[in-house]
Design a protein around this ligand. Structure first.
Ligand code: DX5
Ligand code: ZN
Length: 216
C-alpha cells in the first residue's frame, strides 16, 4: 500500500500559513490534515470553514478534514463546499454513523471514521465497507503535542487484520503523538496514512522531508 504523509496544520505558524503549506507541498506531503474542533466534542476550539476556503486557493493537495465536532451532519455540505476532499467524522459523535458516511459519499467526498483510543474496533464492524479510510486516534483528541498512547499500535494491527480478513485494502490513518522515532513502528503495524503536527512544523520543510524518507 502507498504511504501518505498528512501534516496537521494545527501546529503551524498561522501568521504564515501560506508559506507553511508551500513548504510541506514542496517536500512531497500529499495530504493537508485539517483539525476542526468545536469546544463541545473536544475541549478546544480551532478553526473552520473560512480558513479552509481561504487555503484552498493556494494548494491542490488533498484536504483531509478531521471533524472533531458533535453532530457533524449539520456541516458536511459546508465543509465540502469549503474544499474538503476527505471528511472524517468520529464514531463517538454520530448517532447514525451509517447515514452520515453515506451523506459524505453522496456529496462526492471520501468518507472516513475516526475512533478515539478507548473506542473498540467492533463499533465500526458493520460499516467497514463504507469507509474509504479509518482514523485511529493515538491520543485523546483536542490538542496537538501529546504523547502517543502505546496500546494503539496493537489496535492498528488488529484493524489491519480485520480489513485483510474481509479482503479490503482500506487506508488506515493514525493521528496523535507521531514522531520521527515512532513512525516506523506505526507503519509496520499496518497504518499507511501518517498525521504529524508538532513533529513537522517549525523546521517544516526539513522535517517533512525526513518523514517522507521513512514513508518511501
Ligand atoms: C489531535 C489532532 C491531531 C494533532 C496532531 O486532536 O487530531 O491531528 O494536531 O498533533 P501532534 O502530531 O502534535 O500530536
Ligand atoms: Zn487530526
Amino acid at each position: 500500500m502507498k504511504n501518505i504523509l498528512a501534516p496537521s496544520i494545527l501546529a503551524s505558524d498561522f501568521t504564515k500559513l501560506g508559506e507553511e503549506l508551500a513548504a510541506i507541498d514542496r517536500a512531497g506531503a500529499e495530504y493537508v490534515h485539517i483539525d476542526v474542533m468545536d469546544g463541545s466534542f473536544v475541549p478546544s476550539i480551532s478553526y473552520g470553514m473560512p480558513v479552509i476556503k481561504s487555503i484552498r486557493k493556494v494548494t491542490n493537495r488533498v484536504f483531509d478534514v478531521h471533524l472533531m465536532i458533535a453532530a457533524p451532519d449539520r456541516y458536511l455540505k459546508d465543509f465540502k463546499d469549503s474544499g474538503a476532499d476527505i471528511i472524517t467524522v468520529h464514531a463517538e459523535a454520530c448517532t447514525h454513523l451509517d447515514r452520515t458516511l453515506q451523506a459524505i459519499k453522496d456529496l462526492g467526498c471520501k468518507a472516513a471514521v475516526a475512533l478515539n483510543p478507548a473506542t473498540p474496533l467492533c463499533s465500526i464492524e458493520y460499516v467497514l465497507e463504507k469507509c474509504d479510510m479509518i482514523l485511529i486516534m493515538s491520543v485523546n483528541p483536542g490538542f496537538g503535542g501529546q504523547k502517543y498512547i502505546s496500546y494503539c499500535t496493537d489496535k492498528i494491527k488488529k484493524l489491519r487484520a480485520m480489513l485483510n480478513e474481509r479482503g479490503l485494502d482500506t487506508d488506515i490513518e493514525v493521528d496523535g503523538g507521531i514522531t520521527l522515532d515512532n513512525v516506523k513502528e506505526i507503519l509496520d503495524a499496518g497504518a499507511n496514512v501518517i498525521v504529524a503536527g508538532s513533529a513537522i512544523f517549525k523546521d517544516t520543510k526539513a522535517n517533512t522531508e525526513k518523514f517522507m524518507e521513512i514513508l518511501a
